[in-house]
Design a protein around this ligand. Structure first.
Ligand code: SAM
Ligand code: SF4
Ligand code: SF4
Length: 383
């Protein structure tokens, strides 16, 4: 087996034995995988399995949401990736197969705006043909701003896409313009959502990022609009991803407050998650008019259940949305490394994973030097 472990410097007897214990755990995590043929799945340093893979297929976007790609930072001088930097569909498929062998069951295509990637249907088609290690089809989903969804919904469905999540931060053009910094109309997005429902990409989920004082007045209109529609609306707390969105805790509307607001207009009751590790808290309208969710990434961190890996547009493997760095997989792929070497690389990186940024957020954001720590932008790493 290729050696993939860190060399741990000996600093003190105590530290060194702790480090050795950690190294042993990591080694076991990987050997569990490498030695088994088809036995164990890989787990990280906090015993979390690898279950979900988010693949960013482009770092470009046709909107400039202020919380994600603020125009000042993502202007015409921004150095977007060049075509040759992007993982090709063949490279994505090969890496996805290796991730699946390590336990991945769901793949989500994202970005940037994934519908901008030419021929996106081709990669959906090949990923949708893959099976998990238990022999079930891998679930392939996609997150989109829905600007191009009206024209793409049918071909995405035909390619084998299982589920779709659209993003929409308000119902009035004025609010939407403020959030997305674009002239796209809300109608365009709503038409896209309707097209997805029509072709059977159901249930469509809609994500709304809530920013205090900017679009929180749209919580109730959005809930009212999507009740009885079959769409599951999910409110997301504004997060401090990347380094450009000027995040402040004061701008976050806590999920608890959102739930209380909705409940006072439309009574709701909490229901169980669909599966362990589901990030959205689920609520049903008491009158049977559908479901809403809240994703409390800031105020109720769910790191302890986080089973997500991310593959950036240029093939770096990240183990946390708030990471500063990742492991390059594109280089080894293009150098002709074998599947076994690549698998060991992935398993080793996951085995060392101890990320729990959201649980530590307070301590981290207030730590000296945090302001200067580079965090990867969401459009590149995949939201
Ligand atoms: N362009 C697609 C879209 O907007 O749906 C896919 C990529 S986008 C990065 C994925 C999701 O991340 C979207 O639902 C978006 O609203 C969410 N998102 C982006 N920046 C965020 C932030 N700072 N806090 C919370 N959610 C964010
Ligand atoms: Fe683009 Fe999605 Fe980011 Fe908005 S949230 S800028 S649509 S990638
Ligand atoms: Fe997962 Fe990192 Fe988010 Fe925690 S902060 S839930 S580890 S991506």
């Amino acid at each position: 087996m290729t050696e993939i472990f860190r060399i741990i410097p000996i600093t003190s007897v105590q530290e060194s034995s702790a480090a050795q214990a950690r190294a042993l755990e990591e080694r076991e995590a990987v050997q569990d995988y490498a030695g088994q043929g088809c036995g164990q799945f890989v787990v990280d340093a906090l015993q979390r399995p690898l279950r979900d893979l988010r693949i960013s297929v482009t770092d470009r976007c046709n909107l400039r949401c202020t919380y994600c790609m603020p125009r000042e930072a993502f202007d015409k001088d921004h150095a977007f990736l060049q075509r040759a930097d992007l993982l090709s569909f063949e490279e994505i498929e090969r890496l996805a197969k290796l991730f699946i062998q390590l336990g991945v069951q769901k793949i989500r295509l994202t970005g940037g705006e994934p519908l901008l990637r030419r021929g996106i249907e081709r990669i959906i088609e090949s990923l949708a043909r893959l099976n998990t290690r238990e022999g079930k089809p891998v679930e392939v989903a996609l997150t989109t701003n829905a600007v191009l969804l009206s024209q793409k919904a049918q071909s995405l469905k035909d390619a084998g896409l299982a589920r779709i999540t659209a993003s929409l931060d308000g119902l009035s053009d004025e609010t939407f313009r403020r959030m997305s910094d674009s002239d796209v109309s809300v109608k365009t997005v709503l038409d896209g959502i309707a097209a997805a429902q029509r072709v059977g990409l159901a249930p469509v989920k809609v994500n709304m990022v809530v920013k205090r004082g900017v679009n929180d007045h749209e919580i109730i209109p959005m809930a009212g609009h999507f009740r009885n529609s079959g769409v599951v609306l999910r409110f997301i707390e504004f997060m401090d991803v990347g380094c450009t969105n000027g995040w402040r805790m004061d701008d976050v509307v806590p999920a608890r407050e959102i739930v209380e607001q909705i409940n006072s207009h439309y009574p709701i009751r909490q229901v169980d998650p669909n599966y362990t590790g589901e990030v959205a808290e689920r609520w049903h309208y008491a009158d049977g008019s559908g479901e809403v969710g809240v994703i409390a990434s800031v105020t109720q961190a769910f790191c302890h259940e986080c089973t997500r890996a991310r593959l950036s547009t240029d093939g770096k493997f990240y183990t946390c949305l708030f990471a500063s760095g990742g492991t390059d997989l594109r280089g080894p792929v293009r150098l002709g490394m074998t599947d076994q070497v690549l698998t060991n690389l992935i398993a080793g990186h996951w085995g060392r994973r101890n990320d729990r940024y959201s649980q530590l957020r307070h301590a981290v954001t207030e730590a000296p030097g945090e302001k200067s720590r580079e965090k990867i932008e969401m459009s590149y790493i995949g939201g």
